[in-house]
Design a binder for this molecule. Structure first.
Ligand code: 13P
Length: 250
């Protein structure tokens, strides 16, 4: 049985004092869950979040990293740096980075490899645009993105990769894929992994859904056969609301 993993992606939100307060509140609300809880915070909050999350069941992730270890890359942060302060997860290839910051399937693949090199666990985002969906290309797009992202990884590394299926048209729009559609897209991703890495790897890999996940729709989404939790944007900014998503099975 795969575990459920509920991750919050704060995006470019929260100052350190707000981050500390959030973790303090959330820790009390999710202490009894058996689901995995991750908060992916901006770089400037990470150290505070890590300190505040000590002794709780909240794990901590970054939202991006560079694929090189160090060097002349002004403004960038490496996997080695994240690992050194105790970060465990890192989101890679979020559609906002693909759209606004020239992230490509190639850089996504390099970053995933660099994450593993430094002992970080990647949460890799794939998903189609509305236009691609309307043209009937959604399955091709997500299968290709999955294949290229994982290219060259070992079976063990693929098993330890979390994939987040985030249809771009559902992000921040209040539009959610129906649980049936989201589950079918995630089955496509699982089939692609099975094709390239075998049945046992495909059966183990955690695949989340992301895109307007709220406490109201979490249960319906997460109780499907293939959706293993969520990557939550807007609704992860409020500890009460986010805790209800984490505790969807209570
Ligand atoms: P929303 O939950 O705000 O739609 O964002 C989803 C997302 O992009 C999480 O990474």
């Amino acid at each position: 049985m795969r575990r459920k993993v509920i991750a919050g992606n704060w995006k470019m939100n929260k100052l350190p004092n707000e981050a500390i307060e959030f973790i303090d509140s959330l820790a009390k609300l999710v202490k009894d869950t058996k689901n995995e809880v991750i908060i992916c915070a901006p770089y400037t909050d990470l150290f505070y979040v890590l300190l505040q999350a000590q002794g709780t069941n909240i794990k901590v992730g970054a939202q991006n990293m560079h694929f090189e270890d160090s060097g002349a890359y002004t403004g960038e942060v490496s996997g080695e740096m994240l690992k050194a302060i105790g970060v465990e997860y890192v989101i890679i290839g979020h559609s906002e980075r693909r759209q606004y910051f020239n992230e490509t399937d190639e850089t996504v693949n390099k970053k995933i490899k660099a994450a593993f090199k430094h002992g970080l666990k990647p949460i890799v985002c794939v998903g189609e645009t509305l236009e691609q969906r309307e043209q009937g290309l959604a399955n091709d797009i997500i299968r290709t993105q999955t294949k290229l992202a994982l290219d060259g990884l070992s079976k063990d590394e693929v098993k330890n990769t979390i994939i987040a299926y985030e249809p771009i048209w559902a992000i921040g729009t209040g539009k959610t894929a129906t649980s049936e559609d989201a589950n079918n897209s995630i089955k496509e991703i699982r089939n692609e992994i099975e094709k390239n890495y075998g049945k046992d790897v495909a059966a183990e890999v955690i695949i989340q859904y992301g895109g307007s996940v709220k406490s109201k729709n979490a249960k319906e989404l997460f109780e499907t056969s293939d959706i293993d939790g969520g990557l939550v944007g807007g609704a992860s900014l409020d500890p009460e609301e986010f805790s209800k998503i984490v505790n969807y099975d209570k």
